[in-house]
Design a binder for this molecule. Structure first.
Ligand code: ADP
Ligand code: ASP
Ligand code: MG
Length: 488
């Protein structure tokens, strides 16, 4: 079997959903499970409505709800006919009534708990999955809607819940497995799940990719396909650099770094189940079915350029802890990381000197509670409005002068570098810069490092051996070309 996940733009209206039905029809032999996001922009809309209601502005919330309703009803009328349409409209009516009741509750209480917020946000995928399943049926596909809240079991971290692998696998195998065996096409909403007690949860923004990988791992998929609005994983964010080009093949570890450090095309957790079960993940363009996209797998041929790609993660905080007593002492780092551990706060980058430590902390983390505790260890300074620019590439390992090249480009562009990190695995170089410098830094680095091939000598010494190895290991590799050079 395979998993096909379609993002928001791929299901944004009736025309897009018809395209999706065509794509799925072309893969029926592979026994697909279809995972869909909310219609494009709907989750953002639901967030705004929830916030308006919590602020007491029910009028704005209901006005925006009206727009969301109309989008769904319009698509339903264009895709489904007769009795099925009436059933669909009646089902939508119940969802929207309940949604409105929740909004009014939020308005009355004047507060939005994480649990209620998630309940509201889940409606995007609840609605889209019911709509897509009905549209598929109207198009002659043997689609069956599966409520993800009944099969994806998570912990109770409402907004970015972690899946509980054992119970989730059991439920997916019990409910979705038999559908596939009977040649049905299961259609599920991404992003959403529920706790063991049935309380709705979400996997974090952009989490439908993760849902697809969870389903793929549970059902031993041959591959997971992430269908989106670009040609695949690109060498950088195309909104920053329109000349970003497609990466044809990339390794799991490289792609995971890119996703973690800001490449929005993939939710950062997507590759965890894929790596564990060695399931290749393809990123494909739903508007260009002929494109072969990007293949993410355990091994990939080297890129033609020095790095595979650049990503940028904005809004990070840098915490500097200065402690003279750290000089020639041990145990300081242990105390420092104990604070972070107690607050369950992951650290993106660390840099230490003999008397100070700099930590870069994910933007999602509230550091207000951490800082007072760190102050007991030393002088603390917090720098906000920073960003990590991360250059990723397996081929940098062992090459001399790579960091100098990066810093020259940044220096020539006048970008101030606050922190530098080159991981032990040597597959990435990350720098911390001021957030407003991100477009300038990325454009300069991309222009300099991604449009020029590696030097002749470097390519000659490395490429043939690695390419031959890749060819031997994965002879069945079909969707992305296996020639030397993992990118376009
Ligand atoms: P979907 O709704 O299909 O999940 P997303 O908006 O989450 O799509 O992700 C796709 C978008 O990610 C692209 O339109 C692109 O603007 C952005 N993006 C950022 N970095 C990259 C990258 N390195 N490669 C491809 N797309 C990227
Ligand atoms: N609809 C959700 C979001 O916008 C999940 C997703 O699209 O992956 O975050
Ligand atoms: Mg996405």
């Amino acid at each position: 079997m395979i998993v096909m996940k379609f993002g928001g733009t791929s299901v944004e209206d009736a025309k897009a959903i018809q395209r999706v039905a065509q794509i799925v029809r072309g893969r029926l032999k592979s026994r697909p499970v279809v995972v869909v996001s909310a219609m494009g922009g709907v989750t953002d809309s639901l967030v705004r409505m929830s916030d308006s209601a919590a602020r007491g502005d029910l009028e704005s919330a209901l006005a925006e709800l009206q727009i969301v309703k109309q989008r769904h009803y319009k698509a339903a009328h264009e895709l489904v006919r007769g009795k099925e349409l009436l059933n669909l409209i009646s089902e939508f009516g119940q969802f929207f009534d309940w949604f409105e009741t929740l909004l009014k509750g939020v308005r009355a209480l004047g507060e939005l708990s994480p649990r209620t917020s998630v309940s509201l946000l889940s409606y995007g995928e609840v609605l889209s999955s019911v709509l897509v399943a009905a549209a598929f049926q109207a198009d002659g596909l043997a689609a069956v809607h599966v409520d993800s809240r009944k099969v994806v079991v998570t912990d109770a971290t409402h907004k970015s819940a972690a899946p509980e692998v054992g119970p989730t696998n059991e439920k997916l195998q019990a409910h979705v497995g038999p559908l596939l065996a009977n040649a049905k096409v299961p259609v599920m909403g991404g992003f959403i799940g529920a706790t063991r007690d049935g309380v709705t949860t979400t996997l974090g923004r952009g989490g439908s990719d993760f849902s697809a990988a969870i389903v793929g791992a549970a059902l031993s998929a041959e591959r997971v396909e992430i269908w989106t609005d670009v040609e695949g994983m690109l060498t950088t964010d195309p909104r920053l650099c329109p000349d970003a080009h497609r990466i044809r093949a990339i390794s799991f570890d490289e792609a995971a770094e890119l996703a973690y450090f800001g490449a929005k095309v993939l939710h950062p957790a997507t590759l965890l189940p894929a790596v564990q079960h060695d399931i290749p993940v393809y990123v494909l363009n739903s508007r260009n079915v002929k494109s072969t996209g990007t293949c993410i797998r355990s091994e990939a041929p080297p890129s033609r350029t020095m790095f595979r790609a650049i990503a940028a993660k904005k809004g990070v905080n840098v915490i500097n802890v200065k402690a003279p007593r750290m000089l020639l002492a041990y145990g300081f780092l242990k105390s420092l990381f104990a604070v972070l551990e107690n607050h369950r706060c992951p650290v993106d980058l660390v840099s230490t000197s003999e008397v100070s430590v700099s930590l870069v902390v994910d933007p999602s983390r509230d550091i207000a509670g951490i800082v007072p505790e760190l102050k007991q260890l030393g002088e603390v300074e917090v720098e906000t409005n920073k960003a990590i620019v991360c250059l990723v590439g397996r081929d940098i390992k062992g090459r001399v002068g790579i960091a100098a090249t990066v810093f020259n480009v940044l220096a020539n562009t006048g970008v101030n570098v606050h922190m530098i990190s080159q991981g032990a695995s040597e597959i990435n170089i990350s720098v911390v810069v001021d957030e407003p410098d991100v477009p300038r830094a990325v454009k300069a680095l991309h222009g300099e490092l991604f449009t020029k091939p590696l030097s002749h000598r470097a390519r000659k010494s490395k490429l043939p051996a690695v390419a031959a190895r890749s060819g031997q290991r994965e002879p069945s590799y079909k969707l992305a070309a296996l020639s030397v050079g993992g990118d376009d």
